[in-house]
Design a protein around this ligand. Structure first.
Ligand SMILES: *Cc1c(COP(=O)(O)O)cnc(C)c1O
Length: 496
C-alpha cells in the first residue's frame, strides 16, 4: 500500500463516531456476569472513524481487486465467466434470503422445490440418476464421490479395492481427495497426445481397483475420445468411474458424462453455472450419481411425495455415508444456479458449450504463431494450453514473466504451470461470456508480449511495473500469508 493512502487505523481520531445509537433503555447487566470476568478485556483498540471514512476505505480496497466485473479473466480450469445479475436478484428475494434452516418444512416448500428441481436438472444435464447439493466446493464433491465409492465396494463385501487410478494430467485435488478417503493413488502417464493411454490404463487396473478419476475434457483441454472404452475397461475390472466435471462448460447441452459410462461426477456451480467464486466462502460442488450409488448419497435427501405434491427431507437412508455439510449446503448458491439454468434453457445451455469451445479455438488459432500450442491441434475444447518453451529457450523469458507482463496491460494472467505435464504452461480459458472485441484485445496484447520477449526480455522479467506492488516472493506469499494489519496509531492512542 502507498504510504500516502491512510488505512482505516491511521484515519482513526479520538472520539470520532460512525454510528449514532439511541440511549440504552433496558437495564444493563454486568458483562462479567454474562461472560465471566476472565473473558473481558480492558480495551479494544478499534479505529474511531466516521461512516464516510469507512466507505472510502473499503471502496478504495475494492478498487484494488481484480474481478470478472472489472476485466477479462482467462484463468484456465477456473471458468471465470460473468455472473449474471439476475442470479443476485432471485437470491435476494426475501422468501429465500430470510429462510432459517430450522424452519418447519411446511413453511419452506418453495425452497425445497427449488432444491429438488435443481437436483433433477443437474442429473439431466450430465445423464445421471440423482444429485446432492451438499458439498461446498469441487474438492469437497470429489471427496464425497470417493466416500460413496468406498461405501459401495464395502457394501458388496469387496474389501480389497483400495486403489484409485488417476492420470498424471489430473487436477491436484483428485489424488488429494482419493488419499484423504484412505485410498492408494496409482498415477498413469498420459500419451503423447495428452490423453489417457489405454495400455497404461489396462496395466494399472486389477482386482484392487476401486475407481478411475478422470477429467473430461481433460486438463490439457482435450476431449478423451476413447472415453467409452476407458469406462468399459474400468467396469470390466470391477471399478467405478468418477468424472471430475468441474469444467462442464465444453459439454453443456452437447454430450453427457452419464452416457459415456461415468458412474459419478461433481459439478462446480461456481464455474459452469455462474455462481460467484467466493474467497473461501460458500460454494457448491454438487454431485450426481447413477442409480447404483444413489443409496449412499448424504442425508438428508430432498424427496417429493407424488400424491400430495409435498416436499420433505428424507433422513431414513440406512446406507447413506452420513452428512458432509450442515443442514443442506449453500442454499442461496443453489438459487443462483437454478436461475442461470432456467434463464438459459436447453438451447441457451447448448450455446454456452458451443461458444466456450469456439472462443478457446479462436484464441488458439490467433496465437499459435506467437506461442507453441502444447496440445490441442487441430482442436481444443473450452481452454487452450500454450507453452512458453520457445520464449524460455530464446531469451530466458518464462510463463511467469509473460503473466506478470499481462498485468501491466490490465489483464488477469492465465493459469501458470498447470497442468504439470506441460513445461512453462499458460492455460487460457476465455469462457463464452467474452465478446470478440475482448478476445481480440487479449490476442493483440499477447502478440505484443511475444515481440517484447524477443526485443526487450528484461521488460518482462521485471514486470509488473504498473501495479500497486511489484513482483512478490511467491513462495513466501503462499507459505506465510500475512492478512493481519498491525495498527499504527496516530493521534488516537489506545487507552490502556
Ligand atoms: C476447480 C477444479 C477443481 C476443484 O474445485 P474447487 O471448488 O476449487 O474445490 C477440481 N478439478 C478441476 C479440474 C478444477 O478445475
Amino acid at each position: 500500500m502507498d504510504s500516502h493512502e491512510p488505512l482505516i487505523f491511521e484515519m482513526s481520531r479520538a472520539e470520532r463516531r460512525g454510528a449514532n445509537l439511541p440511549d440504552c433503555d433496558v437495564e444493563r447487566t454486568d458483562p462479567a456476569l454474562l461472560l465471566g470476568a476472565a473473558n473481558l478485556r480492558d480495551s479494544l483498540p478499534l479505529p474511531e472513524v466516521s461512516e464516510l471514512d469507512v466507505v472510502r476505505h473499503f471502496t478504495r480496497l475494492s478498487q484494488r481487486n481484480y474481478a470478472i466485473d472489472t476485466g477479462f479473466y482467462p484463468l484456465g480450469s477456473c471458468t471465470m465467466k460473468y455472473n449474471p445479475r439476475i442470479n443476485e436478484r432471485t437470491a435476494s428475494l426475501p422468501g429465500f434470503a430470510g429462510l432459517h434452516p430450522l424452519q418447519p418444512v411446511e413453511t419452506a416448500q418453495g425452497a425445497l422445490e427449488l432444491i429438488y428441481l435443481l437436483q433433477q436438472h443437474l442429473a439431466d444435464i450430465c445423464g445421471m440418476y440423482a444429485t446432492t447439493l451438499q458439498p461446498s466446493a469441487g474438492a469437497h464433491g470429489e471427496l464425497l464421490s470417493m466416500m460413496m465409492i468406498k461405501a459401495y465396494h464395502a457394501d458388496r463385501g469387496d474389501t480389497k479395492r483400495k486403489v484409485v487410478v488417476i492420470p498424471d494430467s489430473a487436477h491436484g485435488t483428485n489424488p488429494a481427495s482419493a488419499a484423504s478417503c484412505g485410498f492408494k493413488v496409482k498415477g498413469i502417464p498420459s500419451n503423447s497426445k495428452g490423453c489417457t493411454d489405454l495400455e497404461q490404463l489396462k496395466a494399472a487396473l486389477g482386482d484392487d481397483t476401486a475407481a478411475l478419476m478422470l477429467t473430461n475434457p481433460n486438463t490439457v483441454g482435450l476431449f478423451e475420445s476413447d472415453i467409452t472404452e476407458i469406462c468399459r475397461l474400468v467396469h470390466e475390472a470391477g471399478g467405478l468411474v468418477y468424472c471430475d466435471g468441474a469444467n462442464m462448460n465444453a459439454m453443456l447441452g452437447l454430450t453427457r458424462p452419464g452416457d459415456m459410462g461415468f458412474d459419478v461426477m461433481h459439478f462446480n456451480l461456481h464455474k459452469t453455472f455462474s455462481t460467484p467464486h467466493g474467497g473461501g466462502g460458500p460454494g457448491c460442488g454438487a454431485v450426481s450419481v447413477k442409480q447404483l450409488l444413489e443409496p449412499y448419497l448424504p442425508i438428508p435427501v430432498v424427496g417429493k411425495d407424488e400424491q400430495s405434491g409435498k416436499y420433505a427431507f428424507d433422513h431414513a437412508r440406512p446406507k447413506s455415508i452420513g452428512k458432509i455439510h450442515s443442514f443442506y449446503g449453500a442454499f442461496l448458491i443453489a438459487v443462483r444456479a437454478y436461475t442461470y439454468i432456467r434463464a438459459l434453457g436447453p438451447k441457451g445451455l447448448r450455446a454456452v458449450g458451443e461458444n466456450a469451445v469456439i472462443n478457446a479455438n479462436y484464441i488458439r488459432t490467433q496465437l499459435q504463431e506467437s506461442y507453441d500450442v502444447a496440445y490441442g491441434n487441430p482442436i481444443c475444447m473450452h481452454e487452450v494450453v500454450l507453452t512458453a518453451s520457445r520464449q524460455k529457450q530464446r531469451s530466458g523469458v518464462r510463463a511467469l514473466d509473460i503473466s506478470k507482463r499481462l498485468m501491466d496491460y490490465g489483464i488477469h494472467p492465465p493459469t501458470n504451470y498447470f497442468p504439470l505435464i506441460v513445461p512453462e504452461a499458460l492455460m487460457i480459458e476465455p469462457t463464452e461470456t467474452e465478446s470478440k472485441q475482448t478476445l481480440d484485445h487479449f490476442i493483440g496484447v499477447m502478440k505484443k508480449i511475444a515481440v517484447e520477449a524477443i526485443e526487450c526480455p528484461e521488460q518482462l522479467k521485471t514486470a509488473p511495473h504498473f501495479t500497486p506492488v511489484s513482483r512478490l516472493d511467491e513462495t513466501l506469499a503462499v507459505k506465510s500469508l500475512d492478512l493481519r494489519y498491525e495498527p499504527l496509531f496516530t493521534d488516537s492512542e489506545p487507552k490502556q
